[in-house]
Design a protein around this ligand. Sequence first.
Ligand code: ADP
Ligand code: MG
Length: 224
Amino acid sequence: MVIEGKELSKIYGSGENRVVALDKASLIITPGDLISIMGPSGSGKSTLLHLLSGLDRPTSGTLTYDGKDIYSLSDKELSAFRRRRVGFIFQQFHLLPVLTARENIIMPLLLDKRQPDEGYLEHLTELLGISDRLSHLPHELSGGQQQRVAIARALITKPDVIFADEPTGNLDSKSGGEVMELLKTVGEDTGKALVVITHDSRVAAMARRRFTIVDGVLSEVTEG
Ligand code: ADP
Ligand code: MG
């Protein structure tokens, strides 16, 4: 799956309230890519992530997944597309408090009326070190464990790409480092492309391709 965003712009408001949240961002994501996008608060990171994942539509610009124009889909088609092809990881984990870890992980499949592949579930939870926590409720887990449950939930549908918005933002630096290592391992293990937004330079440095974003302008960091 090759994802190509071309000159994506997002403008909010008009007149005095006009904000150019994203200014002609272009980016190609190929299978197995591990990409970090770093920038200060308000620089347009989440806006870019929402556009690349089809959570939102741009003011101008195009987005294709294997040549298919994603924004030409209806809202209904777009949400089905996201549910099947895209995985999300958020800073706040967004686990449902009344569901166990296992129930949280398989929720995206249930929403799509699909049953979990038990072998894959077992593989993922072992890889993430949470196999013995599956019957726990979120509040019975540490922050790092909750984020690992959220990672398994993002992967259970076998998406083509995972987008993570500040996945280590609510964790201390030790569990943040562990979660990032796990994300890398999972990316390598499954061959998925992984796009991680962060304002932590140590997290950003773990990616193979690094981008920065300042005032809505995206640029790739090249070595040397
Ligand atoms: P980041 O994730 O890097 O902190 P965002 O992408 O959330 O930044 O926001 C980029 C800019 O766009 C900010 O100036 C923010 O205030 C503005 N913005 C984001 N969402 C909206 C919205 N729904 N309406 C108006 N302005 C917005
Ligand atoms: Mg943000």
